[in-house]
Design a protein around this ligand. Structure first.
Ligand code: C2G
Length: 445
């Protein structure tokens, strides 16, 4: 019996896939098909896969061509599978020509001509592309536009900014560069907003009133009353209003939360997150500090994420200590929280430098995420007995931005709120900002 094995994502199964499976089967008597796991696809840069692993497996099974279906989970698994199943022939489409020659050591390698004119990404893009307008005065917009190219079904169509100097040549050459928000809204289906938080409420409201979806850097506004009004408006106009906190979309961060929630370090007793950067300090001296991102708005949402994910948002008490140089512009803020059975703290600063680590202390062990933890691809779980320590690494392409954009598109197309920053956390972040701006629970240092 000649055993053949082939692998694929098989997302939105199409006749190109079916022709490949039929020809693979014809190479032997028994066909094993390896369907790639969601996590494996993410680590190899396939971020736009629409269907879940189960849906893709069912689609392959329904063809009736495969004798056996397995899941491809890790780099190099093919060698293990070829040995484990005693495979005679490995085959895959010609778009991989040469990439698997190394398998010749273990079995025969056959590349089958790829079927032209059909691909899952084309099927995904057949849906009308989402026209994304961007709003803000930061060079981060250049990174966002760059990352948008990795995302199927999305196109950046214009910018609304009062500071063109920050824009790259690519952005300056976009179809629309304006400081008129209405103009941008008229050519967009959705907005990405990274303007200073004091402008968020008005800009989001204008967009939602025109039926446009919004992805806004957190905090999405600065008072609970504004938050409730915007969320109601989004709901009534069937629009998505999503917090942008790219850390929430890094695979390592999601896996870290799952491990801690599964009890690996026992009960969580303390969560301590630090985020600092002195990056723009010089240029701030000549700016109107009431109109720029202060430290607590810039870093607070990301730093609060692990706390609200692991301990919830119902803390008993909080104490804010801030070094404020003008108006509401803090160069450094520390917030200490007391929860029923745990404590937590964040330290954030744009005028102070510190070790940007995250430590989650538990009754059996602790999680250590080295700086810069907010763009993490690596963390450790440590125990009393160091031989039990574990290290985890998850590829993070583009600081998680592209995963955030893919999720935004999915929330819009599916209507399901699968975002990693749910309403409870979004509101909890806004409440902290409101108290800070109102000086509640705040001591100036
Ligand atoms: N395929 C094809 N013609 C197309 C599209 C795909 O012959 N028009 C083939 C691919 O070459 C591959 C299989 O169908 O052999 C599955 O394609 P994908 O789902 O795109 O999976 P891919 O990322 O190519 O996976 O590790 C090898 C990979 O797992 C292959």
């Amino acid at each position: 019996m000649i055993k053949v094995i082939t692998y694929g994502t098989y997302d939105l199964l199409h006749y190109g896939h079916i022709r490949l499976l039929e020809r693979a089967k014809a190479l032997g008597d028994y066909l094993i098909v390896g369907v790639t796991a969601d996590g494996f696809d993410l680590t190899r840069g396939k971020i736009n896969v629409q269907q879940s692993l189960v849906e893709r497996i069912e689609a392959v099974r329904a063809t009736g061509i495969a004798n056996e279906i397995i899941v491809e989970e890790y780099e190099g698994q093919k060698i293990d599978d070829i040995k484990r199943f005693d495979v005679d022939i490995f085959t895959v489409g010609s778009d991989w020509k040469g990439k698997f020659d190394y398998l010749n050591e273990f079995c025969k390698v056959v590349y089958l001509e790829r079927t032209q004119g059909i691909s899952s990404s084309e099927i995904r893009s057949e849906e009308r592309e989402l026209r994304l307008g961007m709003v803000g005065e930061t060079d981060f917009l250049n990174k966002m536009e760059f990352e948008s190219h990795f995302v199927n079904g999305l196109k950046v169509v214009g910018i609304c900014t009062s500071d063109k100097m920050k824009l790259s040549a690519t952005l300056r050459n976009l179809p629309l560069v304006t400081n008129n928000l209405e103009k941008l809204i008229s050519v967009s289906d959705a907005l990405y907003i990274i303007s200073s938080p004091i402008f968020h409420y008005k800009q989001i409201k204008t967009a939602l009133e025109r039926g446009k979806h919004v992805l806004c850097e957190s905090p999405i506004c600065l008072s609970e009353q504004q938050w409730r009004e915007l969320k109601d408006l989004a709901k009534n106009n069937k629009c998505v209003l999503m917090d942008a906190i790219r850390t929430a979309y890094s695979l390592a961060f999601s896996r870290l939360l799952l491990l801690v929630k599964s009890g690996r370090i026992g009960d969580v007793v303390s969560v301590d997150a630090t985020c600092t950067s002195l990056r723009n300090i010089e240029e701030r001296t000549d700016m109107n500090l009431s109109e720029v991102w202060n430290s607590i708005c810039t870093w607070g949402p990301a730093a609060l994420l692990p706390i609200f994910n692991l301990l919830g948002t119902d803390y008993l008490h909080k104490a804010i200590s801030s070094h404020i140089i003008e108006g509401h512009y803090d160069t450094f803020t520390r917030i200490a929280f007391t929860f029923p059975h745990a404590v937590a703290s964040i330290k954030v600063g744009q005028g102070v430098k510190s070790e940007g680590e995250l430590i989650i202390s538990g009754t059996k062990g602790y999680v250590y995420v080295p700086a810069p933890w907010w763009k993490t691809d690596y963390f450790e779980i440590r125990f009393e007995n160091p031989t039990e320590n574990k290290r985890y690494f998850y590829q993070l392409d583009g600081e998680g931005i592209r995963y955030e954009l893919v999720t935004f598109i999915r929330v819009i197309s599916s209507g399901k709120s699968i975002q990693n920053v749910d309403d409870k956390k979004s509101l909890a972040i806004v409440r902290i900002m409101e108290d800070y701006f109102n000086g509640k629970d705040l001591i100036k240092i």
